[in-house]
Design a protein around this ligand. Structure first.
Ligand SMILES: O=C(O)C1=C[C@@H](OP(=O)(O)O)[C@@H](O)[C@H](O)C1
Ligand SMILES: C=C(OP(=O)(O)O)C(=O)O
Length: 426
């Protein structure tokens, strides 16, 4: 597909709903008691995988498009299925579901597409096994398909997480809700806290003190009305486009601003980007953001900041190609086990367009500012790589052809429509 080009960008878009919160809304609605209504559900492939998986497990979920109604069945109301459940490309679905199913009274097999079937599951299998569940990789010890045999008497654990991962933390929390006694999780770095926030929202009790999270089980949660804010990880593509495309100004409505997710804003401000905040909503943790073309300088991105912008690193790498100086991204080895190896894919594809970017063992080194040029590039079947390359095409001279743009529907089905709405000719 030939990617869209522009003279400048101008206009307003409403950011699509948050993917992490959309997954969790379905899961919490399913395991709570009573009715849950989800407003502003994300109709992207990954979240539909979660919806279908829980329907398959016997949860009555009424799909009215952007509004979803769930009649919660509690952890005990999930039903055994004979066939393996295919959760497609979604790591979040697989890892969190393993935590939910750890306390079930039956056996379930979860599998994914070719990308997910190569992603490591040992990180969730290990703590869930410590809690008493039985988990086995069918073809390989740590890759899907994975069979989980639930254990109705799970044991509480104290667990020092070897990786900073909200998915691992959330899997343990779902299991801990079904366990008799106190579970303590010590995070390597603070990661997104949507699961903790939703346990409270659904009437549960959980305590966080820095990197330490304490939860006592068993707990029965209560169905709620959920309103999903926009996804800062989707907004990121437009935040960057607005500052790197000349003569541009973009307004992004309903950007979720949970502090465990706003690393990209901290980085962009440090680089010198002009970002204005309006219509700040405290309850929904969201705001309208206005970005304008800006002169940028290089930064170093490392340590505790990494989990706060993990999914934004490919688009931040593009941003760095347009900043003066050398940007260094470190401590980001987790990028190697996403939908594709995002360190290699980002370096490889941006090099094709003329960027001075080098992959390292735990990140990227980018020299700016560089003019980008025409190329044939590939998404590697990874939605975030595909979207980053479309934004790169907006600042490149000449045509850019993208292989496998379909991957973008994993998180942002209306992405190209939103781009078209903003592009302007002089
Ligand atoms: O919990 C979540 O919703 C997510 C956590 C992150 O993964 P890790 O937990 O593997 O860091 C992130 O990359 C993913 O897109 C969504
Ligand atoms: C890594 C991602 O998602 P998941 O782990 O759920 O596949 C992502 O959306 O960038």
């Amino acid at each position: 597909m030939q990617l869209i080009q522009t003279d400048y960008l101008q206009g307003t878009i409403v950011v699509p709903p948050d993917k992490s919160i959309a997954h969790r809304s379905i899961m919490f609605g399913a395991i709570a008691d009573g009715k849950t209504t989800i407003n502003n559900f994300l109709r992207a492939q990954d979240c539909l995988s979660t919806l279908h998986a829980l329907q398959t497990l016997g949860v009555p979920i009424y799909d009215n498009g952007r509004t979803i109604t769930i009649t919660g069945v509690g952890f005990n109301g999930l039903k055994a299925v004979n066939e393996p459940i295919n959760v497609g490309n979604s790591g979040t679905t697989m890892r969190l579901l393993l935590g939910i199913l750890a306390g079930s009274s039956f056996e379930t097999t979860l599998l994914g597409d070719t990308s997910l079937n190569k992603r490591p599951m040992e990180r969730v299998m290990l703590p869930l096994k410590k809690m008493g569940a039985v988990l086995k990789g069918i073809n390989h010890s740590e890759f899907p398909p994975i069979t989980v045999t639930g254990q109705s008497k799970l044991k509480p654990i104290e667990y020092h997480m070897p990786v900073a991962s909200a998915q691992v933390k959330s899997a343990i929390l779902f299991a801990a809700l079904q366990t008799e006694g106190e579970t303590k999780i010590i995070e390597k770095e603070i990661s997104r806290n949507h699961t903790e926030e939703m346990i409270t929202q659904f009437g549960g009790k959980i305590h966080t003190n820095g990197k330490t999270i304490t939860i006592c089980g068993p707990q029965q949660l209560k169905g709620q009305e959920v309103k999903i804010p926009g996804d800062i990880s989707s907004a990121a593509f437009f935040l960057v486009a607005g500052v790197i495309v000349a003569d541009s100004e973009i307004t992004l409505k309903n950007v979720g601003l949970n502090p465990t997710r706003t690393g990209i804003i901290d980085v962009m401000k440090k680089m010198g980007a002009t970002i204005q905040f309006e219509a700040i909503e405290q309850v929904n943790q969201s705001a309208t953001l206005i970005v304008k073309t800006s002169h940028l300088k290089a930064v170093t991105i490392e340590g505790a900041l990494i989990p706060r912008l993990i999914d934004e690193l490919p688009i931040i790498a593009l941003l760095a190609t347009q900043a003066e100086g050398t940007t260094v991204i470190k401590d980001a080895q987790e990028l190697k086990v996403k939908e594709t190896n995002r360190i290699d894919a980002t370096a490889q594809e941006l090099q094709k367009m003329g960027a001075k970017i080098k992959a390292t063992s735990d990140g990227l080194i980018i020299e700016g500012k560089t003019a980008l040029h025409s190329a044939n590039v590939a998404s590697h079947g990874d939605h975030r790589i595909g979207m980053m390359l479309q934004i790169a095409a907006l600042v490149s001279k000449g045509n850019v052809e993208l292989d496998n743009p379909e991957a973008i529907a994993i998180s942002y089905p209306d992405f190209f429509q939103d781009i078209k709405h903003l592009v302007k000719r002089k």
